[in-house]
Design a protein around this ligand. Structure first.
Ligand code: ZN
Length: 195
């Protein structure tokens, strides 16, 4: 998380729980003074802590706090324009040349387009698990992150210098995919990963 301009969730949680170290606090405070995103997250964390501490006198476990925060995160202000990507090609339905049994074990290719950006996705299913990899096709993709959210959680990865990415194996199911770039977010709201 050292590349992120924002305060890490861990640090925000420390601040919310009033156990941030004095060394990091001045930096965080000056960032919070100017960053609405981190402020919104911090406020959500404080609200969560308040709600949770009404339920129990014990300290809230960090992982419980983090997963509860995910419920709130759609409410944090999205300041970037978001473009919904549209499916333009699916090798599964692209006709006989792609539908042969002999390539059933090969990757399924999905192409999406969002204005001047294209997303080339490769879906490989093996042992009831799915591997999703691909490439963002665009003039440049500096510092872009790509995020895959589903019923079992969210995984995030970064594009390499060729704008390629790959996720670790995940369960089959319905996901949403987001590419976060400095100037825009591209989203595939419903990406069904199945055999
Ligand atoms: Zn921030």
């Amino acid at each position: 998380m050292t590349n992120s301009p924002h305060i890490s969730l861990e640090s925000l949680a420390d601040i919310a729980e009033e156990r941030a170290s004095l060394e990091t606090l001045p930096d965080a405070e000056s960032h919070l003074a100017v960053c609405e995103t981190c402020n919104a997250t911090l406020q959500n964390l404080r609200r969560l802590l308040f709600l949770m501490k009404n339920d129990t006198t014990e300290d809230v476990p960090r992982d419980v706090l983090m997963s509860a925060l995910n419920i709130f995160s759609p409410a944090t202000p999205a300041r970037l324009p978001r473009i919904i990507a549209v499916l333009t090609f699916d090798s599964r339905s692209a006709g006989p040349a792609f539908g042969m049994r002999s390539i059933r074990t090969a990757s399924r290719q999905l192409l999406y387009r969002a204005q001047e950006t294209a997303l080339d996705l490769r879906v490989t299913v093996e042992n009831e698990e799915c591997r999703l990899a691909g490439q963002v096709i665009r003039d440049n993709c500096p510092g872009a992150q790509i995020e895959l959210s589903g019923a079992t959680g969210t995984v995030t990865t970064e594009l390499n210098e060729l704008c390629e990415f790959s996720f670790p194996a995940i369960p089959l199911g319905m996901y949403s995919l987001r590419v976060r770039m400095p100037d825009v977010e591209i989203e595939i709201p419903e990406l069904e990963l199945k055999d």
